[in-house]
Design a protein. Sequence first.
Lengths: 395, 391
Amino acid sequence: MSRVSGRDRPQISLLFDPKVRSVIYQAVLLGLVGLVVYAAASNAIDNLARAKIASGFAFWNHTAGFEISQTLIAYSSQSSTYGRAFWVGLLNTLLVAGLGIAFATIIGFIVGIARLSSNWLVARLAGFYVESVRILPLLLQLLFWYNAVLKALPELRDSVVLPFGGYLNNRGLFLPRLDVAPGFDLVLAALVIAGIGAVALRLFSRVHQRRTGRRLPVVTVTLVLILTIPALVFLAAGAPVTVRYPQVGRFNISGGIEILPEFVALLVGLSIYTAAFIAEVVRAGIVAVSRGQMEAAQALGLRRGLALRLVVIPQAMRVIIPPLTNQYLNLTKNSSLAVAIGYPDFVQIFTGTVLNQTGQAIEVVALTMAVYLTISLGTSFLLNLYNARVALVER
Amino acid sequence: MSHSTVSGGARGGGIGAFVRDERAPALPAPAATIGGFGWLRANLFSTPFNALLTLATVALALLIIPPLVRFLIIDAVWEGADRDACLVSEARPVVGACWAFARDRLAYFVYGSFPIPERWRVDVFFVFLALSIIWILRIDAPRRDLAAWNFFVVLPSVSIVLLSGAKLIGLAPVDTTLWGGVLVTIVVASVGIVVSLPLGVLLALGRRSTMPAVRLVCTLFIEIVRGVPLITVLFMASVMLPLFVPPVWTPDKLIRALVGIALFASAYMAEVVRAGLQAVARGQYEAAAAVGLGYWQLMRFIVLPQALRVTIPNIVNSYIALFKDTTLVFIVGIFDLLKTIEVARADPQWATPVTSTTGYAIAAIFYLTFCYMMTRYAMRVERRLGVGLGR
């Protein structure tokens, strides 16, 4: 009884078996990584013990004892903890990032479309803006806005008087503050009702269009609903808002909203810088939609505006959204440059001051990274959900 | 004659008919569509809205450009010994950029506090670096095979010896705390550039590996570094690195920042290279395997040359980003160009209302020049590749 097949496999060293090799390689790599981590950890324990620095997160509940120049939630240097400072910093970062994203998106879309304008001058100017802003380091731009522009503003005494009772000087921007009176709830309620009405109208118009083929003027009616109903209620309730204007004293300005120059510089710098990148993203997205799409839409009888809204923009958005999200993330990460101009953002407060005061580098840096990773991964998760929805459906 | 009379049966009746058989001379195009006027009309004033836009743009340009030119050139102060030259006085009611300040502090901007008698070493480094870059980038340079060795091995080792000094060959040691200005900016950028490409290639290969452990380690590294801001990486390098090594080894400040920059740049480079790797067709791998090449041979001779070739413009773009990012070392206390400018502009000897803007203008010119050159290079490569690949 013999085997029909040919000779046995030639005897070769196990070392040349790809499977064995791969196991060895991986074992070596993991071993090396483990060794590095172990050495780092044991060194860190020694060094920390020598420097008498505690480890663990007990510092979270210790009193912080330092001032923060901008706090969105209640905070006092005497009684608030490091944990509270963490949240103050995080909220400041989110505030500047959120506003920056809004401004950068608006400027970016305008400039991106302007670069494709048939107007030679407009296209050139937009191109010049994009090229020159993208090529200069963001840190340089921030320092310029802060030190050369905002710090060069007049002193308190010679404040620039803005319309509607605002002041601008080298201590920041001072705007009137709106204080709501009791009747304001009614206005909010009216706004909510108008919003519900708008959504209902939209649903009805869809059904209506499916049945009759006619479109209702949804956009106009929605605008009218949302603007007029709350405005009428506002007037009927006797304008339940008091405006507090900032008062210029001898040494400071009281009342009103104070916006730090650091915040303004950071917001302006981030918005202008990121807008240049967004402009390129938008331009690429629009160029990526082939001409035939527009022509076909017009051949079907869609007016130009409808063709843009229903045919071109949805396809362009498919190309625009992923890199746009990337730019939003970049803006959020870049807001950490606040350190350089002294805006109390998350990194400045937590990775800067808290780290210096407690000396607990490992815990603080690990928490910092965790925060940014959560933001990044959370955003990419949402992006993936969106992508799955708009992706081309192929057979 | 241009007209002829046709007669005969074809038209019937024998009546002469008039047929033109030559082209009439073309009329000139309407005056409104040709020449400068026509161009203006087509490109700037085609619709009322466009005309409005044009006027607004012109107004904006008038608002920006003349004051800028006046500040940088016409009203600028070119000579002077100290701040008095750049202050508003009766002789000079309007003061523009204070270039006298720039001239006075130029050496500081270039060398930082590098000892004056040793500054020739920095000059030699600059020249060597420039020549190495030209050698590796010029297509028609001789012995380009050696250029890469020179750039990635000879240049770094010679530069370290040259700049930090070696008693053995009679070069006095210069502490890195004395380095500054353009020197540090260039050193940080070069280290980032030299380290990030090889490390990025390894990480990218690791991320595409079939071995799960290798893939996991590389992916984790890339994603964590890319997910956090550069500042936190620099903070980590400057605060945590000393914790992780025995006290004797504690690296100096500059080296810590260099480690941070190099790791950060590598993670981004890895993603750029990975995109290039994905552009190499599967058949290439299979063909290479069929002729019996092992993994490293396959990568070295078949895949990487093709992958890196198509991705050169992206590599250059990430180098531009890296070059701009080097400014962040300023935050962890390294004296790069931006930091020297910050120090110089706050110096009472030159502190005037225009000093800050002048300092930032110098930095802007420096970064504009370098980044612009890199952009031009990327565009040229892109064009050459476009031709070479026949697309």
